[in-house]
Ligand binder design. Structure first.
Ligand SMILES: Nc1ncnc2c1ncn2[C@@H]1O[C@H](COP(=O)(O)OP(=O)(O)OP(=O)(O)O)[C@@H](O)[C@H]1O
Length: 276
């Protein structure tokens, strides 16, 4: 079977340029990778290496008036690059869900969590308000969020960053998207909540078979849950490997440097263990 057939998401020859006063400037180039069903693929690299430009290209969120996006991005065989906004809106949230770094930015402050959760579900399904509320409650329960009925009545500012990120992940998972793109989902969180969120992503992958593109500048985060890792530097991929191979036998000098500076999520004295 060809690689293309086994991959849910395929990125081939992605090249993104931005228009500047001096002409076009390349942001990412020669990006090739595939995401398999149920795989967690880590995308790592220091700030400015092109991780977000890559994920925004998959989601087709770049402003095409000043960006040129070349290459092929297919989701279950369907070409996304160049798809019009109306079609992409149907795909975003339903087939590809997005979890961002700061969950507070993902919610509107003036509406309750429940309102936003239910509206997201209803935007992509034919469920009634009551059915959508039941689905939201079920999903929150399945990811061990305490007292979903109460949580749904809360406003975003009433929840901690960690709790809000967990609600965001429940929202992302509830429509069983084939792909979740999680861009620095733990960066704004403390160590305790970082581990909870990573375990939660792992649980969603194993329960729903969701494929996850996990973006982080931190190899410690990636090593917790990723199966395979892509290392980016200056807008290009410099290494792709299974997570164990990458840690045991890094090939590229830049990967070796990242490994040396890697913080660890575990305290040797007090390892965290979470049951989900
Ligand atoms: N809209 C834009 N216009 C011009 N340059 C951009 C634009 N978006 C990103 N860039 C540039 O592209 C490069 C890659 O940015 P990108 O945000 O993808 O990096 P990153 O690896 O995600 O970093 P970080 O972890 O800080 O988010 C950077 O040099 C950035 O300044």
């Amino acid at each position: 079977m060809s690689l293309k057939k086994t991959n849910i998401l395929n990125v081939r020859g992605l090249h993104v340029e931005v228009k500047t006063n001096e002409g076009f400037s390349t942001l990412v180039q020669d990006i090739h990778f595939g995401l398999k069903k149920g795989q967690i693929l880590g995308l790592v690299g220091e700030s400015g290496s092109g991780k977000t430009v890559t994920s925004m290209s998959i989601l087709q969120l770049h402003d095409r008036r000043n960006m040129n996006i070349q290459g092929s991005i297919t989701l279950e065989g369907r070409e996304l690059n160049g798809l019009d906004n109306k079609e992409m809106r149907k795909i975003r949230g339903k087939d590809i869900a997005f979890i961002m770094q700061n969950p507070m930015n993902a919610f509107t402050p003036v509406f309750t969590i429940g309102h936003q959760f239910i509206e997201t579900i209803r935007a992509h399904t034919l469920l009634t308000r009551k059915q959508a509320k039941e689905l939201a409650t079920d999903v929150m329960q399945s990811v061990n969020l305490p007292d979903p009925h109460k949580l749904l009545k809360n406003y975003p500012f009433q929840l901690s960053g960690g709790m809000l990120q967990r609600v965001m992940i429940a929202m992302a998972a509830c429509l069983h998207p084939s792909v979740i793109i999680a861009d620095e989902p733990t960066t704004a969180l403390d160590l305790h909540n970082q581990l909870i969120v990573l375990r939660l992503l792992d649980k969603i992958r194993s329960e729903y078979g969701t494929s996850i593109l996990l973006i982080s500048h931190d190899l410690g985060v990636i090593s917790e849950v990723a199966d395979d890792v892509i290392v980016m530097q200056h807008g290009s991929i410099v290494e792709t490997a299974n997570v164990f191979d990458l840690f045991d036998h890094p090939q590229h000098e830049y990967t070796k440097k990242l490994l040396k500076t890697r913080p660890t999520l575990y305290s040797e004295k007090q390892p965290y263990t979470y049951m989900f």
